[in-house]
Design a binder for this molecule. Sequence first.
Ligand code: GLY
Length: 388
Amino acid sequence: MSPTRTSDVLVVGGGIIGLVTAWRAAQRGLSTTVVDPEPGGGAAQVAAGMLAAVTELHHGEQTLLGLNLASAERYPAFAAELTEATGHDLGYRRCGTLAVALDADDRAHLRELHALHQRSGLDSEWLTGRECRRLEPMLAPGVRGGLRVDGDHQIDPRRLAAALVTACERAGVAFRREWAERLTLDGDRATGVVTRAGNALGAGQTVLAAGSLSGRLAGVPTEVLPPVRPVKGQVLRLTMPQRYGPFLSRTVRAVVRGSHVYLVPRENGELVIGATSEELGFDTTVTAGGVYELLRDAHELVPGLTELPLTETQAGLRPGSPDNAPLLGPTGLDGLLLATGHHRNGVLLTPVTGDALAHALTTGELPDVARPFTPRRFGAAALQEQPA
Ligand code: GLY
Protein backbone atom coordinates (compact mmCIF):
# COMPACT_ATOMS: atom_id res chain seq x y z
CA MET A 1 0.00 0.00 0.00
CA SER A 2 1.21 3.52 -0.77
CA PRO A 3 0.06 6.21 1.64
CA THR A 4 -1.29 9.46 0.30
CA ARG A 5 1.54 11.97 0.05
CA THR A 6 1.34 14.35 2.99
CA SER A 7 4.67 16.18 2.58
CA ASP A 8 7.67 16.48 0.31
CA VAL A 9 9.99 15.13 3.00
CA LEU A 10 9.35 12.78 5.92
CA VAL A 11 12.12 12.58 8.51
CA VAL A 12 12.03 9.44 10.66
CA GLY A 13 13.65 10.41 13.98
CA GLY A 14 13.53 13.73 15.82
CA GLY A 15 16.95 13.74 17.46
CA ILE A 16 19.35 16.54 16.60
CA ILE A 17 20.28 14.97 13.24
CA GLY A 18 16.66 14.50 12.16
CA LEU A 19 15.73 17.96 13.39
CA VAL A 20 18.55 19.77 11.63
CA THR A 21 17.68 17.90 8.43
CA ALA A 22 14.03 18.92 8.76
CA TRP A 23 14.91 22.54 9.57
CA ARG A 24 17.22 22.89 6.59
CA ALA A 25 14.75 21.12 4.27
CA ALA A 26 11.92 23.44 5.34
CA GLN A 27 14.17 26.46 4.81
CA ARG A 28 14.61 25.27 1.21
CA GLY A 29 10.86 25.37 0.67
CA LEU A 30 10.16 21.63 1.08
CA SER A 31 7.08 20.73 3.11
CA THR A 32 8.51 18.57 5.88
CA THR A 33 7.21 16.24 8.59
CA VAL A 34 9.16 14.70 11.48
CA VAL A 35 7.84 11.47 12.99
CA ASP A 36 9.09 10.78 16.52
CA PRO A 37 7.20 10.17 19.80
CA GLU A 38 9.49 12.63 21.58
CA PRO A 39 11.19 15.17 19.30
CA GLY A 40 14.39 16.59 20.79
CA GLY A 41 15.05 13.39 22.76
CA GLY A 42 17.56 10.64 22.02
CA ALA A 43 21.32 10.63 22.46
CA ALA A 44 21.50 14.46 22.67
CA GLN A 45 19.89 14.24 26.12
CA VAL A 46 22.96 12.34 27.33
CA ALA A 47 25.85 13.64 25.19
CA ALA A 48 28.44 15.99 26.66
CA GLY A 49 28.57 18.15 23.53
CA MET A 50 32.29 18.32 22.85
CA LEU A 51 33.10 19.70 19.42
CA ALA A 52 36.31 17.71 19.34
CA ALA A 53 37.45 17.39 15.73
CA VAL A 54 41.11 17.58 16.77
CA THR A 55 41.32 15.88 20.17
CA GLU A 56 39.15 12.94 19.06
CA LEU A 57 41.17 12.29 15.90
CA HIS A 58 42.04 8.63 15.44
CA HIS A 59 44.52 6.96 13.09
CA GLY A 60 42.83 5.88 9.88
CA GLU A 61 40.04 8.47 10.16
CA GLN A 62 41.50 11.18 7.92
CA THR A 63 38.45 11.25 5.64
CA LEU A 64 36.17 11.69 8.61
CA LEU A 65 38.50 14.44 9.87
CA GLY A 66 37.68 16.48 6.74
CA LEU A 67 33.95 16.30 7.49
CA ASN A 68 34.48 17.01 11.20
CA LEU A 69 36.58 20.09 10.42
CA ALA A 70 34.05 21.31 7.86
CA SER A 71 31.34 21.08 10.50
CA ALA A 72 33.46 22.70 13.23
CA GLU A 73 34.08 25.60 10.84
CA ARG A 74 30.33 26.03 10.32
CA TYR A 75 29.55 26.05 14.05
CA PRO A 76 29.86 29.78 14.83
CA ALA A 77 27.51 30.80 12.00
CA PHE A 78 25.19 27.84 12.65
CA ALA A 79 24.90 28.64 16.37
CA ALA A 80 24.34 32.34 15.65
CA GLU A 81 21.63 31.56 13.08
CA LEU A 82 19.86 29.09 15.38
CA THR A 83 19.95 31.52 18.30
CA GLU A 84 18.67 34.31 16.06
CA ALA A 85 15.85 32.08 14.76
CA THR A 86 14.72 30.88 18.21
CA GLY A 87 16.01 33.18 20.94
CA HIS A 88 17.53 30.10 22.64
CA ASP A 89 20.92 30.19 24.36
CA LEU A 90 22.72 27.05 23.12
CA GLY A 91 25.46 26.97 25.72
CA TYR A 92 27.99 27.29 22.88
CA ARG A 93 31.37 27.98 24.51
CA ARG A 94 34.56 28.63 22.57
CA CYS A 95 36.61 27.38 25.51
CA GLY A 96 39.18 25.04 23.94
CA THR A 97 40.33 21.66 25.24
CA LEU A 98 43.29 20.32 27.19
CA ALA A 99 44.16 16.64 26.69
CA VAL A 100 46.48 15.44 29.45
CA ALA A 101 48.57 12.40 30.33
CA LEU A 102 48.91 10.82 33.77
CA ASP A 103 51.59 8.20 33.21
CA ALA A 104 54.26 7.20 30.72
CA ASP A 105 51.85 5.18 28.57
CA ASP A 106 49.31 8.02 28.40
CA ARG A 107 52.12 10.41 27.57
CA ALA A 108 53.34 8.22 24.72
CA HIS A 109 49.75 8.00 23.42
CA LEU A 110 49.40 11.79 23.55
CA ARG A 111 52.77 12.30 21.83
CA GLU A 112 51.48 10.05 19.03
CA LEU A 113 48.33 12.14 18.79
CA HIS A 114 50.42 15.31 18.65
CA ALA A 115 52.51 13.87 15.80
CA LEU A 116 49.29 12.95 13.97
CA HIS A 117 48.03 16.51 14.43
CA GLN A 118 51.25 17.87 13.00
CA ARG A 119 51.12 15.54 10.00
CA SER A 120 47.50 16.58 9.44
CA GLY A 121 48.24 20.33 9.71
CA LEU A 122 46.12 20.75 12.87
CA ASP A 123 46.74 23.25 15.63
CA SER A 124 47.78 21.72 18.94
CA GLU A 125 50.52 22.68 21.35
CA TRP A 126 52.52 20.36 23.64
CA LEU A 127 52.63 21.55 27.28
CA THR A 128 54.59 20.29 30.27
CA GLY A 129 52.69 19.11 33.35
CA ARG A 130 53.44 22.39 35.09
CA GLU A 131 52.11 24.39 32.12
CA CYS A 132 48.93 22.27 32.15
CA ARG A 133 48.41 23.00 35.86
CA ARG A 134 49.00 26.70 35.30
CA LEU A 135 46.09 26.66 32.83
CA GLU A 136 43.92 24.41 35.02
CA PRO A 137 44.99 24.57 38.68
CA MET A 138 42.55 21.79 39.75
CA LEU A 139 44.52 19.19 37.75
CA ALA A 140 46.33 16.49 39.72
CA PRO A 141 50.00 17.15 40.54
CA GLY A 142 50.83 13.89 38.73
CA VAL A 143 49.83 15.21 35.27
CA ARG A 144 52.89 14.58 33.07
CA GLY A 145 52.12 16.72 30.05
CA GLY A 146 49.32 17.66 27.74
CA LEU A 147 48.08 18.98 24.43
CA ARG A 148 46.42 22.37 24.28
CA VAL A 149 43.85 22.52 21.49
CA ASP A 150 42.25 25.93 21.38
CA GLY A 151 39.91 25.05 18.49
CA ASP A 152 37.90 22.23 20.15
CA HIS A 153 34.86 23.83 21.79
CA GLN A 154 31.56 22.70 23.34
CA ILE A 155 27.81 23.17 23.10
CA ASP A 156 25.00 22.00 25.40
CA PRO A 157 23.24 19.27 23.36
CA ARG A 158 20.02 19.50 25.38
CA ARG A 159 19.72 23.18 24.56
CA LEU A 160 20.70 22.49 20.97
CA ALA A 161 17.90 19.91 20.67
CA ALA A 162 15.32 22.24 22.24
CA ALA A 163 16.36 25.07 19.93
CA LEU A 164 16.11 22.84 16.87
CA VAL A 165 12.55 21.83 17.83
CA THR A 166 11.61 25.51 18.06
CA ALA A 167 13.41 26.34 14.79
CA CYS A 168 11.54 23.52 13.02
CA GLU A 169 8.20 24.68 14.41
CA ARG A 170 8.88 28.24 13.26
CA ALA A 171 9.95 27.04 9.82
CA GLY A 172 6.63 25.18 9.43
CA VAL A 173 7.83 21.61 10.02
CA ALA A 174 4.95 19.33 11.09
CA PHE A 175 5.50 16.93 14.00
CA ARG A 176 3.84 13.52 14.28
CA ARG A 177 4.48 12.40 17.85
CA GLU A 178 4.36 8.65 17.27
CA TRP A 179 6.61 5.71 16.38
CA ALA A 180 7.37 4.94 12.76
CA GLU A 181 6.86 1.21 12.36
CA ARG A 182 7.31 0.27 8.71
CA LEU A 183 8.64 1.82 5.53
CA THR A 184 6.11 1.75 2.70
CA LEU A 185 7.12 0.97 -0.86
CA ASP A 186 5.57 1.41 -4.24
CA GLY A 187 7.51 -0.97 -6.46
CA ASP A 188 11.15 0.13 -6.16
CA ARG A 189 10.40 3.43 -4.46
CA ALA A 190 10.05 4.41 -0.78
CA THR A 191 6.81 6.29 -0.21
CA GLY A 192 6.74 7.03 3.53
CA VAL A 193 5.95 5.07 6.67
CA VAL A 194 3.10 3.52 8.58
CA THR A 195 3.18 4.33 12.27
CA ARG A 196 2.63 1.98 15.22
CA ALA A 197 -0.79 3.57 15.64
CA GLY A 198 -1.60 2.59 12.04
CA ASN A 199 -1.35 6.04 10.45
CA ALA A 200 0.07 6.24 6.93
CA LEU A 201 2.45 9.15 6.34
CA GLY A 202 3.32 9.59 2.69
CA ALA A 203 6.21 11.63 1.33
CA GLY A 204 8.17 12.20 -1.86
CA GLN A 205 11.40 11.50 0.05
CA THR A 206 11.91 9.73 3.37
CA VAL A 207 15.01 10.37 5.49
CA LEU A 208 15.90 7.70 8.02
CA ALA A 209 17.57 9.58 10.89
CA ALA A 210 16.71 7.45 13.88
CA GLY A 211 20.17 7.17 15.45
CA SER A 212 20.99 3.73 16.81
CA LEU A 213 17.43 2.57 15.91
CA SER A 214 17.92 3.32 12.22
CA GLY A 215 18.55 -0.31 11.34
CA ARG A 216 15.30 -1.41 12.97
CA LEU A 217 12.61 0.15 10.78
CA ALA A 218 10.59 -2.72 9.32
CA GLY A 219 10.14 -2.90 5.58
CA VAL A 220 13.54 -1.47 4.61
CA PRO A 221 15.06 -3.79 2.01
CA THR A 222 18.15 -5.55 3.39
CA GLU A 223 20.48 -4.10 0.77
CA VAL A 224 19.80 -0.52 1.97
CA LEU A 225 19.28 -1.19 5.68
CA PRO A 226 21.85 1.01 7.49
CA PRO A 227 24.55 -1.04 9.25
CA VAL A 228 24.33 0.90 12.52
CA ARG A 229 24.60 -0.56 16.00
CA PRO A 230 24.16 0.93 19.48
CA VAL A 231 27.35 1.85 21.36
CA LYS A 232 26.45 2.62 24.96
CA GLY A 233 27.94 5.61 26.74
CA GLN A 234 27.42 6.24 30.45
CA VAL A 235 27.71 9.88 31.52
CA LEU A 236 27.65 11.69 34.88
CA ARG A 237 26.64 15.23 35.75
CA LEU A 238 28.08 17.08 38.74
CA THR A 239 27.66 20.65 39.93
CA MET A 240 30.71 22.89 40.26
CA PRO A 241 31.02 25.62 42.89
CA GLN A 242 30.78 29.07 41.30
CA ARG A 243 32.09 31.11 44.21
CA TYR A 244 35.88 30.96 43.83
CA GLY A 245 36.38 31.40 40.08
CA PRO A 246 36.12 28.56 37.56
CA PHE A 247 36.63 25.01 38.81
CA LEU A 248 37.73 24.13 35.27
CA SER A 249 37.77 26.68 32.48
CA ARG A 250 37.99 24.37 29.46
CA THR A 251 37.27 20.75 28.55
CA VAL A 252 39.85 18.41 30.08
CA ARG A 253 40.30 14.91 28.76
CA ALA A 254 42.65 11.96 28.99
CA VAL A 255 43.06 8.31 28.16
CA VAL A 256 43.41 6.54 31.52
CA ARG A 257 44.39 2.85 31.36
CA GLY A 258 43.11 2.75 27.80
CA SER A 259 39.71 4.35 28.55
CA HIS A 260 38.69 7.81 27.39
CA VAL A 261 37.49 10.16 30.08
CA TYR A 262 36.50 13.78 29.63
CA LEU A 263 35.26 16.59 31.86
CA VAL A 264 33.19 19.28 30.18
CA PRO A 265 32.53 22.36 32.34
CA ARG A 266 29.48 24.42 31.38
CA GLU A 267 28.96 28.08 32.10
CA ASN A 268 25.88 27.25 34.22
CA GLY A 269 28.02 25.25 36.67
CA GLU A 270 27.29 21.79 35.29
CA LEU A 271 30.28 19.47 34.93
CA VAL A 272 29.67 16.59 32.53
CA ILE A 273 31.91 13.53 32.88
CA GLY A 274 31.93 10.89 30.17
CA ALA A 275 31.93 8.40 28.77
CA THR A 276 32.04 4.65 28.71
CA SER A 277 31.98 2.86 25.37
CA GLU A 278 30.16 -0.47 25.58
CA GLU A 279 28.82 -2.84 22.93
CA LEU A 280 25.82 -4.31 24.75
CA GLY A 281 22.95 -3.90 22.31
CA PHE A 282 20.00 -1.71 23.24
CA ASP A 283 20.85 -1.53 26.94
CA THR A 284 20.74 1.83 28.71
CA THR A 285 21.24 0.63 32.27
CA VAL A 286 23.48 2.84 34.39
CA THR A 287 25.79 0.41 36.17
CA ALA A 288 27.79 0.68 39.37
CA GLY A 289 30.87 -0.37 37.39
CA GLY A 290 30.38 2.35 34.78
CA VAL A 291 29.90 5.07 37.38
CA TYR A 292 32.84 3.76 39.41
CA GLU A 293 35.21 3.74 36.44
CA LEU A 294 34.26 7.23 35.30
CA LEU A 295 34.62 8.67 38.80
CA ARG A 296 37.86 6.78 39.43
CA ASP A 297 39.45 8.06 36.19
CA ALA A 298 38.08 11.59 36.52
CA HIS A 299 39.29 11.71 40.13
CA GLU A 300 42.80 10.79 39.02
CA LEU A 301 42.73 13.83 36.71
CA VAL A 302 40.97 16.27 39.04
CA PRO A 303 41.06 15.01 42.65
CA GLY A 304 38.92 17.88 43.98
CA LEU A 305 35.82 16.70 42.17
CA THR A 306 34.92 14.19 44.89
CA GLU A 307 33.55 17.14 46.88
CA LEU A 308 31.03 18.05 44.16
CA PRO A 309 27.35 17.05 44.22
CA LEU A 310 26.58 14.21 41.78
CA THR A 311 23.30 15.28 40.20
CA GLU A 312 22.66 12.88 37.32
CA THR A 313 23.75 9.53 35.93
CA GLN A 314 22.62 8.47 32.46
CA ALA A 315 23.36 6.15 29.59
CA GLY A 316 22.77 6.83 25.91
CA LEU A 317 23.34 4.98 22.65
CA ARG A 318 25.69 6.25 19.96
CA PRO A 319 24.80 5.07 16.46
CA GLY A 320 28.01 3.22 15.55
CA SER A 321 28.83 2.37 11.94
CA PRO A 322 31.41 -0.07 10.49
CA ASP A 323 33.93 2.73 9.79
CA ASN A 324 32.87 5.11 12.62
CA ALA A 325 31.65 7.61 10.03
CA PRO A 326 28.10 8.67 9.21
CA LEU A 327 25.89 7.48 6.38
CA LEU A 328 24.54 10.48 4.52
CA GLY A 329 22.28 10.98 1.52
CA PRO A 330 20.56 8.85 -1.12
CA THR A 331 20.51 5.07 -0.86
CA GLY A 332 20.08 2.46 -3.57
CA LEU A 333 16.30 2.72 -3.01
CA ASP A 334 14.64 5.68 -4.73
CA GLY A 335 13.01 8.04 -2.26
CA LEU A 336 15.01 6.79 0.76
CA LEU A 337 17.91 8.79 2.21
CA LEU A 338 19.96 8.24 5.35
CA ALA A 339 21.32 10.59 8.01
CA THR A 340 22.64 8.24 10.65
CA GLY A 341 25.74 6.43 11.97
CA HIS A 342 27.34 9.56 13.47
CA HIS A 343 28.82 7.49 16.31
CA ARG A 344 30.99 9.76 18.55
CA ASN A 345 30.46 12.90 16.46
CA GLY A 346 26.72 13.56 16.21
CA VAL A 347 26.76 16.92 17.95
CA LEU A 348 29.83 18.10 16.05
CA LEU A 349 28.43 16.95 12.70
CA THR A 350 24.99 18.53 13.13
CA PRO A 351 25.62 21.66 10.98
CA VAL A 352 27.27 19.89 8.05
CA THR A 353 24.69 17.08 8.12
CA GLY A 354 21.82 19.56 7.85
CA ASP A 355 23.47 21.29 4.90
CA ALA A 356 24.42 18.05 3.14
CA LEU A 357 20.95 16.53 3.49
CA ALA A 358 19.21 19.71 2.33
CA HIS A 359 21.47 19.69 -0.72
CA ALA A 360 20.73 16.02 -1.39
CA LEU A 361 16.97 16.50 -0.94
CA THR A 362 16.88 19.38 -3.40
CA THR A 363 19.40 18.18 -6.02
CA GLY A 364 19.54 14.40 -5.63
CA GLU A 365 23.32 14.65 -5.05
CA LEU A 366 25.57 15.00 -2.02
CA PRO A 367 27.81 18.07 -1.89
CA ASP A 368 31.54 17.35 -2.33
CA VAL A 369 32.29 17.52 1.40
CA ALA A 370 29.83 14.71 2.15
CA ARG A 371 30.35 12.53 -0.89
CA PRO A 372 32.71 10.01 0.83
CA PHE A 373 29.92 9.30 3.33
CA THR A 374 27.40 7.93 0.88
CA PRO A 375 25.62 4.86 2.30
CA ARG A 376 26.51 3.12 -0.95
CA ARG A 377 30.06 2.56 0.36
CA PHE A 378 28.76 -0.41 2.33
CA GLY A 379 28.16 -3.49 0.26
CA ALA A 380 26.67 -6.83 1.19
CA ALA A 381 29.93 -7.90 2.92
CA ALA A 382 29.72 -5.02 5.39
CA LEU A 383 26.10 -5.79 6.14
CA GLN A 384 26.89 -9.40 6.93
CA GLU A 385 29.34 -8.28 9.65
CA GLN A 386 26.56 -6.64 11.65
CA PRO A 387 25.26 -8.41 14.74
CA ALA A 388 21.72 -9.76 14.38
N1 GLY B 1 32.31 12.23 21.55
C1 GLY B 1 32.25 11.76 22.86
C2 GLY B 1 31.67 10.43 23.03
O1 GLY B 1 31.14 9.86 22.11
O2 GLY B 1 31.76 9.91 24.12
